[in-house]
Design a protein around this ligand. Structure first.
Ligand code: ATP
Ligand code: MG
Length: 272
């Protein structure tokens, strides 16, 4: 049975565009009519805000799923886009945040609870908090791949090293099948010294992982999140919206090519 491709958006650095990428990539995949589910695993709840989901409109989320109050399919929320669904974290108090942190020490929790909804989607995009434990470990344990947003700068490159070390551990201990989907440059400002140094370092050490698409610095993306809408529904012609649509297209084409490359191999195996 064909099931969703699950992509975790992760890097242990705050403010580099993880949530912006998760929301706008998920929305862009939905624009291309891919059945997409966005899952927020960050108790901060920024995905909810970016999609206009206030606490009053939220029926439940990962918090209830991890506490066995609801099953995953009972906390799926619809969005303005027909092909985009959403699962919030729904953490409302510090006590709940602490409890969720404790429950997420079981790194297979998300994987086990998500299994039943996999066949209903083409893509599942998981936003993570800027740490390498708990919910992020859960996301990396159940994902097929990890997409790494990178804002130009020294500390982002340090975070990248830290993440790659952590991915080695995940690969050994938690998820043999996890691959790097790619490194996505975000908030990109050409012709600055910092961008030049980051570009050089990426070319030197991570070239094979770089996406063709680059997300430029674009204030429209921030404005859209204030209005509680994905950028493509706020200003479809903005550079930010167009860049995330291009990223979705790049991913879809890559996955189609990979699927096609697998067919002859299957046939060969069957006929061998
Ligand atoms: P955290 O780890 O704290 O959750 P994050 O990595 O999820 O942070 P975001 O919340 O996506 O980062 O982005 C941080 C800020 O930068 C937000 O105000 C967001 O609107 C803004 N931002 C994100 N991408 C861009 C961009 N391409 N151009 C301009 N601003 C951006
Ligand atoms: Mg975030």
């Amino acid at each position: 049975m064909k099931t969703a491709k699950t992509i975790a958006i992760a890097i242990p650095k705050g403010g580099v565009g993880k949530t912006t990428t998760a929301v706008n990539l998920a929305a862009s995949l939905a624009v291309f009519e891919k059945r997409t589910l966005l899952i927020d695993t960050d108790p901060f709840g920024a995905c909810s805000l970016s999609l206009g989901y206030t606490k009053e409109k939220t029926k439940g989320g990962l918090y209830e799923v991890f506490n066995f109050v609801y099953a995953m399919n009972q906390v799926i929320h619809r969005t303005e886009l027909a092909f985009l669904d959403f699962i919030p974290t729904n953490v409302r108090t510090d006590v709940q945040e602490e409890r969720l942190a404790r429950l997420s020490e079981n790194r297979t929790m998300l994987k086990n609870t998500l299994r039943a909804v996999l066949p209903h989607y083409d893509y599942i995009i998981i936003d993570t908090p800027p740490v390498l434990r708990g919910m992020t470990t859960n996301a990396l344990t159940c994902a097929d791949s990890v997409l790494i947003p990178l804002k130009p700068g020294h500390f982002s490159l340090e975070a990248l090293d830290k993440l790659f070390k952590f991915l080695e551990w995940v690969h050994e201990a938690a998820n043999r099948n996890l691959v790097v989907e790619g490194i996505l440059q975000t908030m990109y400002e050409p012709k600055t010294k910092v961008t030049e140094i980051t570009d050089r370092e990426l070319q030197l050490r991570f070239r094979k992982h770089q996406f063709r698409t680059i997300i430029p610095k674009n204030t429209s993306l921030t404005e859209a999140s204030f209005y509680g809408r994905p950028s493509v529904l706020f200003n479809a012609q903005s550079k930010g919206s167009l860049a995330y649509l291009a990223l979705a297209e790049e991913l879809i084409q890559k996955h189609q090519a990979q699927a096609q490359a697998e067919i002859p191999q299957d046939i060969q195996e069957k006929t061998a």
